[in-house]
Design a protein around this ligand. Structure first.
Ligand code: PLP
Length: 391
C-alpha cells in the first residue's frame, strides 16, 4: 500500500485496495455473505478476541467493503476510511463516536438540510448544541468557538448557492482552539478537492452522489486518522449503519471512472454557466468556476475545477422557475445530484421547502432560484432543454 500511495489519483482509483481471492479474479469480487465461517472452535474464538482484522460478520467487516474503504482512503490521503450505509449515517457515526453530552459544534449555516435536522433535532436531544455561522466569514467561526466546542463542520461548495468556504483558514481556527475540522467533501470528491492537504481532520462523503455517479445506490464514508476512526468503526460495528457489500461493489466501480466523470461534469458545467450568464431572463448565475463568483479566486486555488453544480436565478420568481422545470423534456426533475443524467430542482419548494420563508430569504434561496446538477449529456442538448422554458 505504501508504494501504491505514490501513484496518481486516477491510478489509485482503478487499483488501490483491490485484493484477489483464491480464484485470481481481475475485477473486484462481490462478497454477498452476512457471516464468515471458521475452521474450528479455536479459530472462531481467536478471531472474536483478536485485534487483528479478520472477517467475522458483515456488520463488522466485509472484504468488498474493505476494498472500497482502502481505495477511497488512498484517494483522499487518509490513514483510514470507514464506510457507512448513507452520507447521513456517516455524519451520524462521526458525531456519535466523537462527541458526548455537553459538547458543542460550530457549523456552516450553508450545509445539507438533513445535516441541519440531525444537529438540531436528534443530536441536540443528547445534549450536543450547534451554533451556525457564515460559510465564508472566517471571523464568525473564531468568535463562535466556546470552551466546550469539539468540532467545526463545513461543506464546500455549498448547496445550492455554491458558496466556497476557506478550508485552510478554518482549519487554522480549529488548530488554534484545539478542535477538529470536519469537511463534507461530497460536491468535489477527492478528484477536485483534498481537504486533508488543507488541514482538515475528518472528511465525510455521501457516496450516493458522484462516487456512484450513476444514481443507483446509497452509501457514505468517514475518513481520518486511525485514532479518530477507531471509535467511528466501533459505533458502526455496534449500532449497525454499515455499508452493504453490493453497494460497496458499485462504489468501487464508480471510483474507477471518477476522474474522467468529474472532469466532464466540470467542463459541461462551466460551458452551461457561461451560456446561462448571457440569457436575458437569467438574473444571476452561481458557479465557482465563473469569474463573477464572489469566491472565484479561492475556489480556483482550493479546487481543481468548478465542479458539477450550477444554480441560477430566473427573472419572474417561482412561476418563471417552475415554467423552466415544466418545459424540460430531457433533464430529470429530481433533487438527486452527481448522476450522469442532468437533474433540475427548485430549492425553495423542495430541498429547502420546510424552512421558514424568512430563513430561506436569509440564506439567499429566492423563489426564482433553480439548481442544476450537470450531467454528461451534450451541453447543447441541456441548453435547448432549458431555453424552451426560459423564453
Ligand atoms: C446527499 C448529501 C448528504 C447525505 O447523503 P445521503 O447519502 O443522501 O445520506 C450529505 N451531504 C451532502 C453535501 C449531500 O449532498
Amino acid at each position: 500500500m505504501s508504494e501504491k500511495n505514490s501513484y496518481q489519483p486516477e491510478t489509485l482509483a482503478v487499483r488501490a485496495g483491490a485484493v484477489r481471492s483464491q480464484f485470481g479474479e481481475n475485477s473486484e469480487a462481490l462478497f454477498l455473505t452476512s457471516s464468515f465461517t471458521f475452521d474450528s472452535a479455536a479459530q472462531a474464538a481467536e478471531r472474536f478476541l483478536s485485534n487483528e482484522p479478520s472477517n467475522i460478520y458483515s456488520r463488522f467487516t466485509n472484504p468488498t467493503v474493505t476494498m472500497f474503504e482502502e481505495r477511497l482512503a488512498a484517494m483522499e490521503g487518509a490513514e483510514r476510511c470507514v464506510a457507512t450505509a448513507s452520507g447521513m449515517s456517516a455524519i451520524l457515526a462521526c458525531v456519535m463516536a466523537l462527541l458526548k453530552a455537553g459538547d458543542h459544534i460550530v457549523a456552516s449555516q450553508s450545509i445539507f438540510g438533513a445535516t441541519i435536522n440531525l444537529f438540531n433535532n436528534i443530536i441536540k436531544k443528547f445534549g450536543v448544541e450547534t451554533t451556525y455561522v457564515s460559510a465564508t466569514d472566517v471571523s464568525e467561526w473564531d468568535a463562535a468557538v466556546r470552551p466546550n466546542t469539539r468540532l467545526l463542520f463545513l461543506e464546500t461548495p455549498s448547496n445550492p448557492l455554491t458558496e466556497v468556504s476557506d478550508i485552510a483558514a478554518i482549519a487554522a481556527v480549529a488548530k488554534r482552539h484545539g478542535v477538529l475540522l470536519v469537511v463534507d467533501n461530497c460536491f468535489c470528491t477527492p478528484i477536485l478537492q483534498r481537504p486533508f492537504d488543507l488541514g482538515a481532520d475528518i472528511v465525510i462523503h455521501s457516496a450516493t452522489k458522484y462516487i456512484d455517479g450513476q444514481g443507483r445506490v446509497l452509501g457514505g464514508a468517514v475518513l481520518g486518522s486511525k485514532k479518530h476512526m477507531e471509535p467511528v468503526f466501533g459505533f458502526l460495528r455496534t449500532a449497525g449503519p454499515t455499508l452493504s457489500a453490493f453497494n460497496a461493489w458499485i462504489f468501487l466501480k464508480g471510483l474507477e471512472t471518477l476522474k474522467i466523470r468529474m472532469d466532464a461534469h466540470s467542463a459541461n458545467s462551466l460551458e452551461l454557466a457561461r451560456w446561462l450568464e448571457v440569457q436575458p431572463n437569467v438574473a444571476r448565475v452561481y458557479y465557482p468556476g465563473l469569474p463573477s463568483h464572489p469566491q472565484h479566486a479561492l475556489a480556483m486555488k482550493q479546487q481543481k475545477s468548478g465542479g458539477g453544480i450550477v444554480s441560477f436565478e430566473v427573472k419572474g420568481g417561482k412561476e418563471a422557475a417552475w415554467r423552466v422545470i415544466d418545459n424540460t423534456r430531457l433533464i430529470s426533475i429530481t433533487a438527486n445530484l452527481g448522476d450522469t443524467k442532468t437533474t433540475i430542482t427548485h430549492p425553495a419548494s423542495t430541498t429547502h421547502g420546510r424552512i421558514t420563508p424568512e430563513a430561506r430569504a436569509a440564506a439567499g434561496i429566492t423563489e426564482g432560484l433553480l439548481r442544476i446538477a450537470v450531467g454528461l449529456e451534450a451541453v447543447v442538448d441541456i441548453q435547448n432543454d432549458l431555453a424552451r422554458g426560459l423564453g
